[in-house]
Design a protein around this ligand. Structure first.
Ligand SMILES: Cc1ncc(COP(=O)(O)O)c(C=O)c1O
Ligand SMILES: [Zn+2]
Length: 414
């Protein structure tokens, strides 16, 4: 059962009942789900959470789904593990990886937001769902629409990674490829939302959908033994995830489930699409839209809806924003793979590369605890890896060939 009570405008504070609505009707600002923390505080103990199944619905009182969730029963509670070899490479002391590259069912953190959005779509009586996406959301909506028995229309820029196109189409969703960038696709989706009675995940279901991202924050705290990290690095596209992890940490402090540590939030983007980190570096929440040009397609949103809120989250926490070039992103992917055995997509490469830069610049204290949020799987962006994958030698099935090619320069086996 949920303790969500109403929606509230983030700017003018106007209140709305819990209904499918895209933005504040007074000032067009985004809406936030508000909970009854007083009642939650007296009704729920963190010890009870620990007894529940390992998926994101263990925090269901803190999510806006009122009825039994209809999809995503296995989503969330992904591993959080200490990463000592990555820590050594970064020159840091206490590093953890939160690995949403293995989220269920489509290997990115977007499975969480879609589990909430489609459960809400069912509650509101929508039979058709839709989204605009840079790729991962497309995969997640298509998969969970199939599992939940919804029709789905998925709008994407035509030229995103082939892997993400195939991993959307396979679920039987109607894939609409648009000759344009994400911001143009998103605008089209907003126009369609006004015309058709559909549940559009990132338009009229947006305030609910984005709440799913809070579960990353709840899990990080619970998996650290109900402790907040001193620092966290999060990749940003629309800028929602970083603000929702912040909201999650604040929720846990309000409930008295964690010590009131102030976590510094660090936002990561690709240099070829860095409207939020550029604003953070200037110390000004105003976002100047950009035309994306980066291999990191999942983060390629030039005019991010939650950009100003993401900048405020970063600056008010005492963190910083930084971006990584395409070469640095590929190095970041390899560094995580070679040190911790985790193959992340380009967005994870951004997170690792930006962490390294922030430590080198002295903006992130390597003596303090640090969580890297890895949000997607490397098998979904193989096409971005073409350059650094060397042509490897092929040998005949002979021991002599093996020894000649692989052991000639090393000591002979004992
Ligand atoms: C893999 C991955 N990481 C991070 C993000 C950023 O999330 P947000 O748009 O909430 O900032 C996205 C968004 O598409 C994504 O696909
Ligand atoms: Zn308003």
């Amino acid at each position: 059962m949920s303790y969500a009570s109403h929606l509230q405008c983030r700017e003018c504070r106007h209140e709305y009942e819990l209904k499918p609505i895209a933005a504040c009707e007074e000032c067009w600002a985004p809406l936030e789900v508000i909970y009854d923390y007083g009642r939650l505080w007296s009704d729920l103990r963190r010890q009870e959470i620990a007894t529940r199944p390992p998926n994101m619905w263990r925090y269901r009182e803190l999510l806006p789904v009122i009825e039994e969730p209809s999809v995503g029963h296995q989503t969330g509670f992904t591993p959080l593990f200490p990463a000592p070899r990555l820590a050594r490479a970064l020159g840091a002391k206490e590093v953890y990886v939160k690995n949403d590259a293995v989220n269920h069912p489509t290997l990115s953190f977007k499975d969480r937001v879609v589990a909430v959005a489609l459960s809400k779509a069912r509650e509101f009586g929508f039979n058709t769902v839709a989204c605009s996406s840079t790729g991962n959301l497309a995969n997640a909506v298509a998969a969970q629409a199939a599992a939940g028995g919804f029709s789905a229309f998925i709008f994407i820029p035509a030229d995103i990674e082939r892997e993400k196109i195939i991993a959307t189409e396979v679920f039987g969703a109607k894939l609409v490829r648009i000759d344009g960038n994400y911001d143009q696709v998103n605008r089209l989706c907003s126009e369609i939302a006004m015309k058709y009675p559909w549940g559009i995940v990132n338009v009229n279901l947006r305030s609910y959908y984005s709440e799913g991202s809070k579960t990353v924050g709840y899990e990080v705290a619970e998996q650290l033994g109900w402790r907040l990290p001193q620092n966290i690095v999060i990749p940003m596209a629309g800028g929602s995830l970083i603000t929702k992890v912040h909201k999650a940490f604040e929720d846990l402090k309000k409930l008295g489930w964690v010590e009131p540590v102030s976590t510094r939030f660090f936002g990561a983007q690709a240099t070829g699409c860095s409207p939020i980190t550029t604003a953070a570096k200037k110390g000004d929440p105003e976002i100047i839209p950009q035309k994306p040009n980066t291999i990191c397609r999942s983060l390629a949103i030039g005019n991010p809806a939650d950009g100003p809120f993401a900048v405020k989250t970063i600056l008010e926490s005492g963190g910083a924003g930084e971006d990584a070039s395409d070469d640095e992103i590929l190095e970041g992917i390899r560094l995580l793979a070679e040190t911790e055995g985790v193959f992340t997509e380009t967005a994870g490469g951004v997170t690792v590369a930006v962490t390294r830069k922030l430590i080198r610049q002295g903006l992130l204290n390597p003596e303090e605890s640090l969580v890297l949020v890895i949000t997607g799987n490397g098998l979904k962006t193989l096409s971005a890896m073409t350059e650094p994958v060397q042509e490897t030698t092929v040998i005949r099935p002979k021991v002599a060939d093996f020894e000649e090619h692989y052991l000639a320069e090393t000591a002979a086996p004992v």
